[in-house]
Design a protein around this ligand. Sequence first.
Ligand code: ADP
Length: 360
Amino acid sequence: MSIRVFLALLIAFSLAAIFSLSFFALGLIALLPGGTSAANISAFIEGFPIPVEILTFISISIPIAFAFYLGLVHLIVRPLETIRRAMEVFAKDGKHVELPPLEGVPSEIREFAQVWNDFAGRVEAAHSRDMETSRVKSDFISTAAHQLRTPLTGIRWALEALEKEQLTESQQLLIKSAVGKSHDLVAIVGTLLDISSIESGKYAYKFAESDIQKLIGAVATDFAPAAFQAKVGFRYEPGPEPLFVQIDSERIKWVLNNLIENAIRYTPEGGNVRITSVRMQDRVVVQVHDTGIGIPQQDRNNIFERFYRAGNAITKQNQGNGLGLYIARTIVKDHKGELTFASNQEGVGTTFTLSLPSAR
Ligand code: ADP
């Protein structure tokens, strides 16, 4: 049955109810003691304790409203609830619960359920394909990185040993540059291994309560010489009290390193980098502000993607692989935290905000 047919039946039922009630009333009148004369009927109506208009209204509207309610619940509300529950499960866990064939409900709702089954089924299939591709990619990266690590370490040791030999000035320069590059390569391979272990959920975090301000202070001290060398003003403004969080200090240190290194790297000479940390209700909020090149509008949706680098960053700095923020956000998510950024127009600067649940 369709909703239109249901409404037509309901109107027919209402009219039938009105007619039958009228006949019933006439029947009752016929039973009046004293006959059915007009004078007797009006005397009876006037003497009746409840006004006759109210009586008529109640006797007609109650059965109609009740029938309307039952029909509405059975034909529309219950099937819609079933569909809503399936949608909720899908939205929450990404799991598609196939809706049963909804027998006896309006055709519009049945068709809606079929369309939903179709849509959710396709999305689920596409999602599993994506997951599989991503797993294969991760496996590949992990295997390649493992394979590369051993020979690369060997090359680095050989070059370091060679550096200590008696060499001419130009040979020394060449070896020094090769040692530098081999260090970069080992670092990239290390990052790839980090990614695959974090992505596959195999990374065992060592959570412990610690004062994040101490950690930021130590990281900031490490970066002060780099900022000085880059001629970038640099300061850390801690909050008035310790800020305790449940973290894997090594991993969060990695995140802070990445944010601060980026801030210095993407800020031209004469600019400023400022770090702040405060408590905001039940969160601890750390911000790294810079007056650097900013993140252009068209790149903002992709900045946390693997290997993504904004055009202005590539022009300013050829060093960088676009993996840092991706790993940083994954680590922060694993801490039930958030990593976001705000950037005005190009050249105005960027603020990265790390927010973690407060432990006390
Ligand atoms: P990398 O810095 O190695 O390129 P990241 O993942 O750390 O990789 O950063 C990704 C991209 O985000 C950068 O290439 C750059 O385009 C942008 N970015 C990150 N931090 C900043 C910043 N403080 N100012 C401007 N752009 C930034």
